[in-house]
Write a new protein. Structure first.
Length: 465
């Protein structure tokens, strides 16, 4: 039995920096990882997908070159070269993270599958063979999530793809059908449409992105359809049948049974927590019905001294949440603070143009009884967008009518995530909309258009209730 001050299970974007910083603070620390350092984000999520999205955007730009007065021809799309570039970037990030861990004093990196033997004891089935027993007064679970495959007749035999396996497919699908309508579905749908695939998206909900306001989700749908992506909402997939090189996918839209044939099927219908192999009951760690670990506002589980961070605990499943979770734990454990997880959670969907979101939607603000003003402005009124030749999208902000404080914003446009971050900092700093309306921005930036967005209120074009 090895004794540590802390054991971290999972080397994702929360677990890796947490283990390093605890070790540097003098804690004898073990980090257990069963596959690759970096977790979902570096290996199969953010890093590889955004690298390939960059290639897809370059292709789209070349196709539009004539709009900028350029005569250009896209001769070939080398998907193998795109995949190699993606893999090289992943290797760079992963190797750098692993090198940093292995160079950290007081930190031992252990390869294997960890599970609880009892509350403070971890049993690890080592990848190299054998079992290691470890004990610590503080244990941190950072095991993330995995692809959820829905129970659809024939899907197991269909040869379906996930976002992970699709990014290693060394051919461009002739017709890619996607089950799901969330971020992964939309980002991959647009990416592969730009690579040259026909793309059909089967979305179970009444509309895309039902967590967004209707005007935002409608605009996203319009942008994707303008690129030739077929989107079918209220589509409940019933069966998948393989016929040679083709797949026939049957689905219901209300009472109507339909079908579509495709060459490849991407399943992007949600994720499940990686908690089932941890033997959590033996440690007294409670989960919800889906297996997500239940934590309090300080990230502690039902078992004293055991914490969970990142996707495995549920809530918004973003890399930056996991990273921020580890900062909260460090402040509380090393500095004696009482920092909670009550915070603004920004996010950005990396379709092109980006959708950056922060705070409440208009619908949420109304449901909570706020007296609000709403400013909307199309990107066609943004000088920078006109100059660069991409006027797609819109800006929207929700403001408290009494205090002028910004309650939330959605920026659908080029560099939408960056502009959203400006408003996030304003919200954190309690800067009201009138200050932003009147402040001086450098010209011509996308952020400068926030002046005009909030001038909507002065022109009586706002919606007050």
């Amino acid at each position: 039995m090895k004794i540590y001050d802390a054991i971290v299970i999972g080397s994702g974007q929360g677990g890796t920096p947490l283990a390093k910083k605890l070790a540097k603070a003098g804690w004898k620390t073990a980090l257990v990882e069963k596959s690759y350092v970096g977790g979902t984000c570096v290996n199969v999520g953010c890093t590889p997908s955004k690298t390939m999205i960059a290639s897809a955007k370059a292709i789209h730009t070349i196709r539009r070159a004539k709009e900028w007065g350029l005569i250009a021809e896209l001769k070939e799309i080398d998907i193998k070269a795109i995949i190699k570039r993606k893999s090289d970037v992943v290797d760079l990030f992963r190797d750098s993270a692993q090198d940093g861990l292995e160079a950290t004093d007081n930190l031992e990196l252990i390869w294997g599958q960890a599970s609880f033997r009892e509350r403070n004891v971890i049993e690890t089935k080592l990848n190299s063979g054998g079992i290691s027993l470890m004990k610590a007064s503080k244990i941190f679970i950072s095991t993330g999530t995995k692809q959820d495959i829905p129970d659809i007749a024939g899907i197991a035999e269909s040869g379906y793809l996930t976002s992970t396996t699709l990014m290693d497919l060394k051919e461009i699908p002739a017709h890619l059908l996607i089950i799901g309508g969330g971020y992964i579905a939309l980002e991959f749908g647009q990416m592969y449409r730009r690579f040259g695939s026909d793309v059909t998206i089967l979305n179970l909900g009444d509309r895309l992105l039902d967590q967004e306001d209707t005007d935002i989700s409608d605009e996203v749908k319009k942008l994707l359809e303008l690129e030739g992506i077929r989107i079918i909402c209220r589509a409940e997939t019933r069966a998948v049948v393989r016929d040679g090189d083709e797949l026939k996918v049957s689905f219901e839209v209300g009472p109507e049974l339909r079908s579509v044939s495709c060459s490849h099927l991407l399943v992007a219908a949600g994720r499940l927590p990686n908690s089932m192999d941890l033997n959590l009951p033996s440690a007294g760690v409670k989960t919800d019905d889906q297996g997500y670990i239940i934590v309090n506002e300080y990230l502690e589980t039902s078992a004293e001294g055991i914490y969970a961070i990142g996707d495995v605990k549920g809530g918004p499943e973003f890399t930056h949440v996991a990273y921020n979770d580890h900062l909260i734990l460090l402040r509380n454990l090393l500095r004696g603070e009482k920092q909670s997880t009550e915070r603004l959670v920004p996010y950005c969907m990396f379709i092109d143009p980006q959708l950056g979101r922060i705070g409440m939607t208009e619908a949420e603000a109304r449901a909570k009884g706020f007296n609000i003003k709403v400013a909307c402005m199309p990107m066609s009124r943004v000088a920078r967008a006109i100059e660069t030749g991409d006027e797609r999208g819109l800006m929207k902000a929700v403001v408290d009518a009494g205090t002028g404080q910004i309650l939330g914003a959605a920026i659908l446009g080029e560099e939408g995530g960056e502009v959203m971050s400006v408003l996030q900092m304003a919200m954190l700093g309690k800067i009201d909309y009138s200050t932003i309306r009147n402040m001086m921005f450098a010209h011509p930036l996308y952020a400068e258009s926030l002046n005009n967005l909030f001038m909507e209120f002065d022109d009586d074009r706002s919606d007050a209730s």
